[in-house]
Design a protein around this ligand. Sequence first.
Ligand code: UDX
Length: 450
Amino acid sequence: MEEHDDRKQWPLVVLISSPFHGHMTPTLQLATTLHAKGFRIAIAHSSLNPPNPSNHPSDFTFCPLSDNLTAIDNSGSFTGFINAINTNCRAPFKELLIRFISEGNKSIVVIFDNVMHFAGIVAVDLNLPAIVFRTSSAAYFPAFLARQQLHQQGRFLEQDFVMQEVVPNHHPIRYKDLPFSNAPIEDWKQLVSNFSQQAHPSAVIWNTVKFLENESLTRIHNHLHVPVFAVGPLHKITPSPSIGYHQEDTSCISWLDKQPPKSVVYISFGSLATMDAKVLTEMAWGLMKSDQRFLWAVRPGLVSGSEWLELLPKGFVEETRERGLVVKWAPQKEVLAHFAVGGFWSHCGWNSCLESISLGVVMICQPFGVDQGVNARYVSYVWKIGLELERVEREEIERMIRRVMVDDEGEEMKVRINDMKEMVIEALGKRGSSQESLEGLVKKNDRIKK
Ligand code: UDX
């Protein structure tokens, strides 16, 4: 009993994630990292897409919030969904925090995924420190602000600008790279109005590395005037147990074991992207024509209106059987770490970019939306560790795969990404920037009793 009461003197970190794979995974990685530093951890999450508690330390408290949602797109549009989750989770989250306070927890810190902005408002209402956790690249933030500014000026992307031109003061970001460049204007308005209600955070945590995004991090600091902690890549700090949303097909590892070194291009577009059948067909033809080995993660639901592989060109699987494998969901980090993998054709979700950089795998970038256009621009134009596929056509795909996997150009990119991989290791080491940032974050919230 005494020990139990004593623990209440330890800081309790309440983390809240949105129910997306690319957000939940790094949030749980951050939770595990802070747990190892001596914090008590509570994870507040929507009832939709709950994480699997059994994959995490037994003293994590998992707190489902009733949200009345049944699927990610259940309200017809993505922004509608974000609105609904923020509205529905607010009251249960407040009840939860009041309960934690009334139970005698001495020091409570709320760390919330920026998508779940209601959590910041509730925390500030209750006089608790509210720290935002961003799972996207830092470069996404100024790009989002630029997009917002255009909106405030009543200017429309496709109508008022040449999409290939660079946005003034945002070099090298082009109009086409800006977030939500294809979103219907009503969706965008709703999103901006949502985010304008955010409480001002007491600090921001970014799953990124200083050397990669120093300029963007400085811009963010100058804009928000609060401490900015770049603590990534979190998947390298803590082993990340599966959140249990998808079953990994580990058979692809024994298949990779039989392939020559650096011969396989791995293809995956993360957990949310969707494409139409024409894109899938061009990709399949490009792969066939490239004559390279491949491992392709085709998530059921990736192609609108299909179950799984039925829309692939006839004979694709048979024809590529000797050199290709298609799975539903791959153990991505293990795949990228495998000796046989020489390239990653990706949608450039931020987790995928961080995983690729930290494992030294060059990329082909095919962004779909949100922060991916910005990330792809950095990968291809700034860091020069990948190529952007601007036209999803079979001949172009064939060329891209060869440029990355076979040509000297690919070799040069590999040298650069291997240097970056080393710099990531350095950032995570003693006195490295991410490690120092983490210590700074701990100090800010800490009165750890061991
Ligand atoms: C989303 C957004 O789309 C992304 O732009 C944002 O930066 C984070 O949230 P998602 O689209 O799922 O994420 O992409 P990404 O960030 O790359 O995360 C996907 C995660 O799923 C990665 O950690 C990856 O390792 C994992 N994954 C993906 C697998 O383990 N297996 C797969 O087959 C595919």
